[in-house]
Ligand binder design. Structure first.
Ligand code: NDP
Length: 420
């Protein structure tokens, strides 16, 4: 049941004020002909205010409200939603908060969009089942939930849906290839939230073949893949959430895999971090000095990975000296009119271009821009239907058109060697 009417002066509430949220905020104020009232709420209001000041300092005159909210607390969220009355809540906090924010959306009649699927804090495990379980509730409430509207997940699914719509009768082989050939000139840093990033990378690999999921040891499978304007880079097979919905929505797929590049230095540090126990997500007891200067100590509980996050560079501060570019795309093999055909669709994004526009590096940029475009699709009524949806459930065409306009242009190659 599509509703093609555009919401006039929509009320948009964004939760989170980190790297991805910063980019999305810039993109929202660049599109004020579509978006109306805009509020940014996060764990620390000061961070939201800093972001608004930075946006104003760049010459944007938008009136942006800010608020403090703990998105782990449904009651706090409900109080905020009841007061601001958002048409759409854009969740750019962490995957831990997906379900509490969805619960509050249901309670207050708000639509929902995020960029990463739910993960419980105490288990490094991600899958869609938790959020798909909300489908009926959103349907009954007449509300739309758009899941995973970043780059990957996100654009990778729009790319696949676009390929299926325009170039294939059947998709048989899908490889999502994600290269970051940038250099931030730090010994070790992650490109998005370090806690979430390290949890993701240290998991076992998983891919889909002939109707079954095949597990691999973490980062055990790798090969060189050649990226446009970059060249060959060692790429590692990983589990990635969008594979789960893509093989369900495109049942002709025989094999689906996800590849990501890592430099040798990054992997060496990661190895050390794991061997030292610093990637642990369980609580340990630690005798810590009190902050009051009394010299007394007290036993506290800390999660090593959260402590590591506190000492690693903040991904939001990497942009200034970041050079090089990202290249993310889909390499697809399948059948059109009885003939085997291949298709490669990708975007390259330069870290410095992202920094000059938003103060953030390319990984935040490639996530924040699609989040804004997804919100735009919802507001325009192009992606609005009661239920809980992944990106390939929607028409990819208007979204793909906006990628070209909003800073993430894409390119196509037909019937070339796709290496995989
Ligand atoms: P950051 O850590 O930079 O930002 C997260 C923000 O959420 C911070 O402002 C943080 O507050 C706030 N926050 C955390 N917990 C709470 C809470 N309980 N209540 C309210 N606010 C909270 O992360 P990123 O911007 O790098 O990533 C944001 C999201 O994007 C993540 O879910 C990540 O997985 C996803 N992502 C998706 C990608 C994709 O392609 N689909 C790629 C990259 C990231 P504070 O500032 O106080 O810490």
């Amino acid at each position: 049941m599509n509703n093609p009417t555009q919401i006039a002066n929509p009320r948009i509430l964004m939760i989170g004020a980190g790297g991805v949220a910063t980019v999305a905020a810039y993109k929202i104020v660049q599109n004020l002909d579509v978006f109306g009232e805009f509020m940014i709420a996060s764990r620390r209001k000061a961070k939201c205010d800093e972001l608004v000041n930075a946006i104003h300092a760049k010459g944007y005159k938008a009136d942006i409200k800010t608020a403090q909210v703990d998105a782990d607390d449904v009651e706090q969220l409900k109080a905020l939603f009841s007061e601001f009355k958002p048409d759409l809540v854009i969740n750019l906090a962490l995957p831990y908060q997906d379900l509490t924010i969805m619960d509050a959306c249901l309670a207050c009649g708000c639509n929902y969009l995020d960029t990463a699927n739910y993960e419980p804090k105490d288990e490094a495990h991600f899958e869609y089942s938790w959020q798909w379980a909300y489908k009926e509730k959103f349907e009954q409430a007449g509300l739309t939930a758009i899941l995973g509207c970043g780059f990957d997940p996100g654009v990778s699914q729009a790319f696949t849906a676009y390929a299926a719509k325009h170039y294939f009768d059947e998709i048989h082989y899908l490889d999502i290839v994600d290269c970051n050939a940038g250099n931030h000139h730090k010994a070790f840093a992650t490109n998005f939230n370090p806690e979430i990033n390290i949890r993701e990378i240290t998991q076992k690999g998983l891919y889909y073949e002939n109707g079954e999921w095949v597990e691999t040891e973490p980062l055990a499978v790798h090969q060189d893949i050649t990226y446009p304007n970059i060249g060959p880079r060692d790429s590692y097979l990983m589990h990635h959430e969008e594979l789960e919905s893509l093989v369900k929505n495109f049942p002709t797929i025989k094999r689906a895999r996800f590849w990501m590049t890592f430099g040798q230095q990054y992997l060496t540090y990661l190895d050390v971090i794991q061997n030292l126990g610093m990637s642990r997500i369980d609580e340990i007891e630690y005798e810590a000095p009190l902050a009051d200067g009394s010299g007394k100590t007290e036993k506290v509980k800390i999660v090593p990975l959260q402590f590591l996050k506190a000492v690693l560079p903040n991904p939001q501060d990497l942009g200034e000296n970041y050079d090089g570019e990202t290249s993310i795309g889909c390499r697809i093999r399948g059948i059109k009119d009885g003939k085997e055909t291949t298709y490669y669709v990708y975007n390259n994004c330069k870290h410095q271009d992202a920094y000059n526009e938003t103060g953030m590096q390319g990984v935040s940029y490639t996530t924040g821009v699609p989040a804004m475009i997804g919100a735009m699709m919802f507001v325009k009524g192009l992606w609005r239907k009661p239920g809980v949806w992944n990106l390939e459930d929607f028409d990819p065409d208007p979204f793909m058109e906006q990628l070209n306009k909003q800073g993430l242009p894409w390119h196509e190659e037909f019937d070339k060697d796709i290496e995989l």
